[in-house]
Design a binder for this molecule. Sequence first.
Ligand SMILES: Cc1cc2nc3c(=O)[nH]c(=O)nc-3n(C[C@H](O)[C@H](O)[C@H](O)COP(=O)(O)OP(=O)(O)OC[C@H]3O[C@@H](n4cnc5c(N)ncnc54)[C@H](O)[C@@H]3O)c2cc1C
Length: 421
Amino acid sequence: MALRLCSLQLLRSRPGSVCRLFSLTAPASQAGNQEVTALYTPEHNAIRDSLRKIIDTEINPYVDQWEKEEQFPAHHVFKILGRAGMLGVSKQTEYGGMGLDFSYSIAIAEELGNINCGGIPMAIGVQSDMATPALSRFGSDELKRQFLTPTIAGDVVACLGVSETGGGSDVASIKTNAVRKGDDYIINGSKMWITNGCQADWMCLLTNTSAGAPHKNKSLICLPMKTPGVHIAKKIDKMGMKSSDTAQIFFEDVRVPSKYLIGEEGMGFVYQMLQFQEERMWGAANVLTAMENIVQGTIKYTSERKIFNQPLLDNQTVHFRLAELSTEVELLRSLLHRTVGLYIDGNDVTKLASMAKLKAGRLARELSDSCLQFWGGMGFTNEVLVSRFYRDSRLLSIGAGADEVMLSIICKYMGTLPRKK
Ligand SMILES: Cc1cc2nc3c(=O)[nH]c(=O)nc-3n(C[C@H](O)[C@H](O)[C@H](O)COP(=O)(O)OP(=O)(O)OC[C@H]3O[C@@H](n4cnc5c(N)ncnc54)[C@H](O)[C@@H]3O)c2cc1C
């Protein structure tokens, strides 16, 4: 298994860098160290190496600045990634993708974990694997040319509009509705917590399109964000994921052509559940590398930090704990790779994907808390990446289906979820 070595580096005195001391950066020279695994071939690793170079030169040098500014320039970064082919590895070649299977998206998600924050990888994941799977699978050729091709090229920014103030965990209860009038839909309602929402050019919108049963009355629609009646109400102030913008958005008599419907009307809930599946595997993959980097950074720090005349790392409770955490990371990777392998072979992986997402969220919390402890007071500052990871990774147990939602799905597949009376 690939457990790449990363080390603590003192950043050169870059003006405005908040992580000058003990910042975790994985040196560019380590690109190319990935091992071939059951899931990854040399082709996967070659793509990861190219991406790693982009991360080292075009993204990581600016992360501290973008975290401070609480927004990263999505159009600029996505164009760089789009030009390199990184936004559509598993999308069809007719629309600019590489036509590879989903394991390549997972390889990219793992590599993006080398970005020195959680917000930018998440924003990239929304563009490449969260707002676009349904469009790619079910959209018409015309719709894909209009929305998917420029998204893969990095010419536009996409967002995913599912959650609402009253409908997060309970997606079926969303209130936004689209009423058919002639050849158009008229949309009214609102969306909450929308990643990329302040910068997006279009939204993959989940909306009610009829008054029927909640799992059969929804549709996905491509909504251009410059359409009259779309109001960005606010950019939400968050405890973590600082460089990623998160918006609350209102729709007031927003008119879009009915041909912007993705696939069949009434299938939106089903399509979104399929999209969530990829989002959950992507999220688990992305946090793996970040966790490895935090462990390696903690090894380096505790080997240099002397307490009671010996390196902190030499205390058995420290090196044993880091060994335990690394073991857990490898177990998660094994579960995820098995899940992805089954997925690309066409199996239903709902239970395993939910388990991987649940475990990823919980392990990220446990690992960041344990590692932060070993950094002492330094861990409580904004000068080190472990504290950023502690804040950013907290989202994984909430977003894309909270831990309890994952547990409910797993119980359903185990046959232990009580039936609703
Ligand atoms: C930074 C950020 C970015 C996001 N990006 C997007 C985005 O791009 N697009 C989008 O559509 N959404 C996005 N979300 C929304 C996210 O998916 C929701 O926050 C999440 O689904 C939880 O919904 P909620 O916040 O309404 O919590 P609620 O639904 O109010 O749930 C609150 C808590 O209740 C508990 N709970 C839920 N169900 C059960 C149960 N069955 N049994 C017991 N306890 C339960 C859980 O602990 C949960 O955390 C984002 C959120 C954040 C914070």
